[in-house]
Design a protein around this ligand. Structure first.
Ligand code: PMP
Length: 357
C-alpha cells in the first residue's frame, strides 16, 4: 500500500503465477510446461537472429509470423493477431471485445486470470458453475429469454480440470450467441481436442486463442495468437497499438516462425506427452486417485483418503512440485503437469511412499 498508488492499483487482485523455483533437480510438474524441448529448428532460428540486427526494432506487425500461422490454419493473415504470450492476447481481448453492458460469462472453475482481467478493466461478469462432474454444460451459455451474455470465454480443454467440451457443443454456443463474442482459449487443445479455429470462417463472433507455451514448448519465448474474423482482429490491433507497438521481439518472431514450420516435431512431441498422460492416469488410478478425464498436458486428481494440500507438501519434501489451488470446490485436487516418463515415474514412486506412510 502506498499513498502514491492510483485508486485502480488499490483495487487490484493480481494473478498469482505458479512457482518458478530457483533450485535445480526438482521434478517440476506445476506450470504445465512441455517436458521436451522446442523444435531444434526454432532454436537454430533464434540463434541466427542474434546479431547486429538487434539494433533495430522488430516488425511491429510480425507479418512473417502471421503469414506462417495463416498458412498453417488455412486462414488469411488479416485473421491472425499475435502477442507476447496468450496472456497478453487475452488481456487485449478482454478490453477490446469482452467488455459490454451485459455480463461476460465464464465458468466458476477456470483459468484464474479471467477474473483478474475483469478487475483490471472493470468488466461486468457472471460465473457459471461447472456441473457436479466438473464439465461445462453448453446449455448454460445459451440465451434464455431476455437474458443473455454480453460475451463468453472459457478454455477448451478447461483449466485446471483438463476436461474437453466437444467441438459440436462449442459450435452450438457460438451459433446461439450471434450478438456476443465467444472466445475459446485453446491453450491445451493440441493435447487431445479439435480446434475451433476450423470454425472462424463461419462465425464472425468467434475468437480462438492459442499459445506457443504448451504444445510448442516455447513458454520462455512468450508467443500467443488469436484467430478470428478480421473485424475482431482489428479490435485487438487497435488496443495493441495503443499499448505497445512491438510486443514480439526479433528472437520471438524468428523462433515462432521456425516452430510453425516444424510440423513433425510438434506432432511427435505432443503424441509423446499424450502417451505418458495415459500411462500416468492408469497408475494414479492404481494408487486410488480419482482422475478427471484429461485432454490437456496435465491431470486433475484427488485422493478420497488424503488431503490434497498435505499431499502437495509431502511431494515437495521429495522434490516434486505440483499445483494445489486453495479454492472452493477444487481444494481437494492436485493439478499435475505431464512430465517425461522418468519424471512421472518419480512422481508415482513418491506418491506410493507417501500413501504407504
Ligand atoms: N490460457 C490458459 C488456460 C492457461 O492455462 C495459460 C497458462 N497459464 C494461458 C492461457 C497463458 O499462457 P501464455 O501466456 O504462456 O501463452
Amino acid at each position: 500500500m502506498s499513498r502514491y498508488w492510483s485508486a485502480v492499483v488499490h483495487g487490484l487482485t493480481p494473478y498469482v503465477p505458479g512457482e518458478q523455483p530457483k533450485l535445480d533437480n526438482l521434478v517440476k510438474l506445476n506450470t504445465n510446461e512441455h517436458p521436451y524441448g522446442p523444435s531444434p529448428r526454432a532454436l537454430e532460428a533464434i540463434r541466427a537472429a542474434t546479431g547486429d540486427s538487434l539494433r533495430l526494432y522488430p516488425d511491429p506487425n510480425a507479418d512473417a509470423l502471421k503469414a506462417a500461422l495463416a498458412q498453417r490454419h488455412g486462414l488469411l493473415p488479416q485473421q491472425i493477431f499475435v502477442g507476447n504470450g496468450s496472456d497478453e492476447v487475452l488481456a487485449h481481448a478482454f478490453m477490446a471485445l469482452l467488455k459490454h453492458e451485459r455480463p461476460l460469462y465464464f465458468p466458476d472453475i477456470t483459468y484464474s486470470f479471467y477474473p483478474v482481467y475483469c478487475g483490471l478493466y472493470d468488466i461486468a461478469h457472471r460465473t457459471v458453475p461447472l456441473t457436479e462432474d466438473f464439465s461445462i454444460r453448453a446449455e448454460d451459455y445459451l440465451p434464455q429469454g431476455d437474458e443473455r451474455a454480453g460475451a463468453i470465454i472459457f478454455p477448451n480443454p478447461n483449466a485446471p480440470t483438463g476436461r474437453l467440451l466437444a467441438l459440436a457443443e462449442v459450435e452450438g454456443i457460438v451459433a446461439a450467441n450471434p450478438e456476443a463474442v465467444v472466445l475459446i482459449d485453446e491453450a491445451y487443445v493440441d493435447f487431445g481436442g479439435d480446434s475451433a479455429i476450423t470454425l472462424v470462417d463461419k462465425y464472425p463472433n468467434l475468437l480462438v486463442v492459442h499459445t506457443f507455451s504448451k504444445s510448442r514448448s516455447l513458454a520462455g519465448l512468450r508467443v500467443g495468437f488469436a484467430a478470428g474474423h478480421p473485424a475482431l482482429i482489428e479490435a485487438l490491433e487497435r488496443v495493441k497499438n495503443s499499448f505497445n507497438s512491438y510486443p514480439l521481439d526479433r528472437l520471438a518472431i524468428a523462433g515462432a516462425v521456425a516452430s510453425v514450420a516444424d510440423e513433425e516435431h510438434f506432432q511427435q512431441s505432443c503424441r509423446k506427452v499424450i502417451a505418458t498422460r495415459e500411462t500416468l492416469v492408469a497408475q494414479m488410478g492404481g494408487l486410488g486417485f480419482a482422475v478427471l478425464p484429461s485432454a490437456a498436458n496435465f491431470i486433475f486428481a484427488r485422493h478420497p483418503a488424503h488431503d490434497a494440500a498435505a499431499l502437495a507438501a509431502a511431494l515437495r519434501q521429495r522434490a516434486v512440485i505440483v499445483r494445489h489451488f486453495k479454492a472452493p470446490r477444487i481444494d481437494q485436487f492436485l493439478r499435475i503437469t505431464i512430465g517425461t516418463d522418468a519424471q512421472c515415474e518419480i512422481l508415482v514412486a513418491a506418491l506410493r511412499e507417501i500413501l504407504a506412510g
